[in-house]
Ligand binder design. Structure first.
Ligand code: ZN
Ligand code: ZN
Length: 226
C-alpha cells in the first residue's frame, strides 16, 4: 500500500501499490490528486538492494525520491554513495585500461560514470571512443563468422577467388538425350508421317540442352564451370 496525505484536505489515504502515479480522488474532500510514487519506488529500490548492490544510477533515483519525500539528509547520503560508486568504478576502469584495451561495454561504463560525475567533456570523448570500439568489435565478430563459414570443407576443392573450401556443386540443363528406342520410333514415324517426324525432332532439339556442372563458393559467391 502507498500511504499519502491528500494535498487538499490533509487526510491520510492508502491506495494499492499498482496505483502509484495515477490520479486518485480523495474520499473526504472529493478533490483529485496524483498518488505519489516516491515511497513505492523507494521501497522497490530497497527490495532490490537486498538482492544486489545498487548501481550509481539507482542510488541517484533513491536520492530523488528521498528528497521528494522530504528526507534531505538520507537523500544527500544516497547522492554521495552514487558519486563514490562512480568514482570507484572509474578508477577500476582506468587501472584496467593501463593493462589492456577496454571493451565497448567498459567504455560505455566510462562515459556513463563520467557524465554522472558531471565531467561532460571527458564523457563525450569516452562516448565517442565507445562507439568506435563497438564498431571494431562488430567488424571483428563479422570477420570471425566469415572465416568460420569459409573454413567448412565440402570436399569439392577450393575457391579460385578467395580460397574457401566451402564449395557447393550444381548442374544446369542436360535433360536426358532420347533413348535408342525413341530414336528408332522416330525413324519409323518418319516413314509413316513426315509431319509427326518434324514435331518429334522439334521436341527432341528442345531436349538437347547441354548439361553443365557448376561450382559455387559459399563464402564469396564466386561461380565457375567445371
Ligand atoms: Zn482530500
Ligand atoms: Zn570464394
Amino acid at each position: 500500500m502507498i500511504r499519502y496525505q491528500c494535498p487538499q484536505c490533509g487526510d491520510w489515504l492508502a491506495v494499492d501499490d499498482t496505483r502509484g502515479g495515477e490520479v486518485y480522488v480523495c474520499g473526504l474532500c472529493g478533490k483529485s490528486a496524483r498518488v505519489p510514487i516516491d515511497e513505492l519506488r523507494l521501497r522497490e529500490l530497497r527490495a532490490l538492494q537486498a538482492t544486489r548492490p545498487l548501481t550509481p544510477q539507482e542510488w541517484r533515483q533513491c536520492a530523488v525520491h528521498l528528497r521528494a519525500l522530504g528526507n534531505d539528509e538520507e537523500a544527500a547520503t544516497a547522492e554521495r554513495t552514487a558519486i563514490a560508486l562512480c568514482t570507484k568504478r572509474l578508477r577500476e576502469l582506468k587501472d584496467l585500461q593501463a593493462t589492456r584495451h577496454l571493451t565497448g561495454i567498459e567504455l560505455d561504463e566510462c562515459f556513463v560514470n563520467l557524465r554522472a560525475l558531471g565531467h561532460d567533456q571527458e564523457a563525450t570523448k569516452a562516448e565517442q571512443a565507445a562507439i568506435r570500439q563497438h564498431e571494431r568489435e562488430r567488424q571483428a565478430a563479422e570477420q570471425e563468422e566469415k572465416q568460420k563459414w569459409a573454413s567448412i570443407n565440402t570436399g569439392l576443392g577450393s575457391c579460385p577467388s578467395c580460397g574457401s573450401t566451402n564449395i557447393i556443386q550444381f548442374t544446369t540443363g542436360g535433360q536426358e538425350k532420347p533413348s535408342v528406342g525413341r530414336q528408332l520410333l522416330m525413324g519409323s514415324l518418319a516413314v509413316t508421317s513426315p509431319e509427326m517426324m518434324l514435331l518429334a525432332s522439334m521436341s527432341n532439339s528442345a531436349r538437347r540442352e547441354q548439361k553443365q556442372y557448376h561450382r559455387r563458393c559459399a563464402s564469396c559467391g564466386h561461380q565457375w564451370l567445371c
